[in-house]
Write a new protein. Structure first.
Length: 278
């Protein structure tokens, strides 16, 4: 199906929240730099009436259809409509479920939204988020020993967004800024349980991010904050501290928040595995 200009329609049909579909679709769409999907997201499609509206919109704006539906009647109608108007459709979880079923030798439960059940993992994520919000930006340092991960670094090394991302994965994360001339909390020097990760970035990158930050705040007088020599000294100061306390170091200059978090989770996993082996 040809695109309209540099756009194409992408229909995401789910009987649950649609998070799985959105994640997969965007991961694939990101590989096509010259064309942009126009997303049509239809969550909680669980009845024939709800599907009728979806089919109508698909017919009005044909494109690619991805779905995560478990009800066979709904799947059948959706696939039949796509075939009728000659557009591609694909079940994102269907092939994976068939693989599980073939290997395990048992049918699925067919339970819609099973991954969103309020189980222990869910409450662990909520607890981690609460902890992370309370211990953001060096607050309540007396509770740092309760963290699983502590991120340290100079200003604009993405400590807070990375902390929140990790918390969403159920990892209790605190973050503490490193500022030349200001002593670090003494708790950081005596930690036993948490993994401390020092986030670094090239001075050029930090200056760029900080300039954008100042512009957004309307602050044009904070020269020291973006002075090249001052920023270089900050980075050197953070690296010296990291070496002194043997903190893990991670360069985030060219990393997205997701990539930084993935690297930290690997460090945490390796550390836990090493401790278990001991």
């Amino acid at each position: 199906m040809p695109t309209t200009g540099n756009y194409f329609h992408l229909h995401l049909v789910s009987d649950s929240t649609g998070e799985t579909l959105i994640t997969v679709a965007r991961a694939v769409a990101a590989q096509y730099a010259n064309v942009t999907p126009v997303e049509h997201v239809y969550p909680l499609v669980r009845s024939q009436k709800q599907l009728d509206r979806v089919l109508s919109e698909i017919e009005e704006a044909p494109g690619i259809v991805l779905f995560t539906l478990l009800e066979r009647d709904l799947v059948g109608r959706l696939e039949a409509k796509c075939q009728e108007i000659n557009i591609p459709s694909l079940s994102i979880i269907g092939p994976v479920m068939q693989l599980f079923q073939a290997y395990l030798g048992a049918p699925t439960t067919g339970r819609v939204g099973a991954q969103h059940t309020l189980n222990a993992e869910y409450f662990k994520r909520i607890d981690a988020l609460n902890y992370t919000m309370i211990h953001d930006d060096g607050q309540h340092v007396e509770g740092l020993e309760e963290a699983e991960v502590i991120l340290v670094g100079v200003s604009r090394t993405s400590k807070t967004p990375t902390s929140i991302y990790l918390a969403n994965r159920g990892i209790r994360t605190a973050n503490v800024p490193l500022v030349p001339g200001i002593p670090i909390p003494h708790q950081l020097e005596t930690l036993n349980k948490p993994l401390v990760v020092s986030l670094h970035a090239a001075p050029e990158r930090l200056i760029q991010v900080r300039q954008n930050r100042l512009l957004s705040m309307g602050d044009r007088d904070n020269d020291t904050y973006i002075d090249r020599q001052a920023v270089t000294d900050e980075v050197a100061f953070a690296r010296r501290l990291s070496a002194k306390f043997n903190w893990a170091q991670l360069d985030v200059t060219r990393r997205s928040i997701e990539e930084t978090a993935a690297a930290i989770m690997k460090l945490l996993s390796d550390r836990q595995r090493q401790r278990f082996a001991e």
